[in-house]
Design a protein around this ligand. Structure first.
Ligand code: NAD
Length: 247
């Protein structure tokens, strides 16, 4: 399905990013596994991609830092000759009620979750324009649509990602660069492991399908958006949330 394509997946050493990297690899794409923390975990993902028969490379970069991102994209193009797919997945949370939220926590989340998408998308755009081909897929969140008490920074960033997706889609459509987003609901990863049992029970009550999601549920929708099956879609946000948001 994605034979010979080159995909850069940010924050790909664990959780949803890891599942996306493996799903794209399973479908034939060569993978750049971006990581910020542990190189060992990123190398494990690289090894798993190679076992699936594709080429893969771990590249460290802080998505919030434009120079670091430009170096990552340069290294990706030097290694593989092109970048067809960018998945903006890297993200963090620094939750607190608005009145207690520290300015540093606001900045850190906006810089990683929103500016990170801007940095990475901007860095691949020139190459994708040259190719007259590109797929940018942003990982937003249903809270960017619904709002969520205690997550002003995160919600603002994810709502921003949804708006940015639409604007980039309009700017880049005439070069055959499609820009879409997925909005996960509650997915079991290290990010949600930090939640208390009470909070998880409260979440389950909001999910019509009655279960938390798995990273693979997000990865399969990203694979669809990266494929030619989604060739006539751009500027869309697909909610992958067990039915939490029904539009
Ligand atoms: P996670 O914490 O397991 O993974 C996030 C990854 O991003 C980690 O590998 C981390 O190292 C990386 N990262 C963080 N800051 C970075 C930076 N500055 N530069 C590069 N990489 C960085 O979380 P996850 O649950 O797998 O989340 C993945 C994405 O899905 C995030 O954008 C998150 O906001 C979004 N999301 C998750 C859920 C959920 O329920 N888990 C719900 C909605 C949206």
């Amino acid at each position: 399905m994605l034979q010979g394509k080159v995909a850069v997946v940010t924050g790909a050493s664990r959780g949803i990013g890891r599942a996306i990297a493996l799903e794209l690899a399973k479908n034939g794409a060569n993978i750049v596994v971006n990581y910020a923390g542990s190189v060992a975990k990123a190398e494990e993902v690289v090894a798993s991609c190679k076992e699936l028969g594709v080429d893969a490379l771990a590249v460290q970069a802080d998505v919030a830092n434009s120079e670091s991102v430009q170096a990552m994209i340069k290294e990706s193009i030097e290694a593989f000759g092109r970048v067809d797919i960018l998945v903006n997945n890297a993200g963090i949370t620094r939750d607190n009620l608005l009145m207690r939220m520290k300015e540093d926590d606001w900045d850190a989340v906006i810089d990683t979750n929103l500016k990170g998408v801007f940095n990475c998308s901007k860095a691949v755009t020139r190459q994708m324009m040259k190719q007259r081909y590109g797929r940018i897929i942003n990982v937003a969140s249903v809270v960017g649509i619904l709002g969520n008490a205690g997550q002003a920074n995160y919600v603002a960033a994810k709502a921003g990602v949804i708006g940015l997706t639409k604007t980039m889609a309009r700017e880049l459509a005439n070069r055959n660069i499609l820009v879409n987003a997925v909005a996960p609901g509650f997915i079991t990863t290290d990010m949600t492991d930090e939640l208390t049992e009470d909070m998880k029970a409260q979440m389950l009550g909001q999910i019509p399908l009655g279960a938390l999601g798995k990273p693979e549920h997000i990865a399969s929708v990203v694979r669809f958006l990266a494929s030619d099956d989604a060739a006539y879609m751009t500027g869309q946000t697909l909610n992958v949330d067990g039915g939490m948001v029904m539009q």
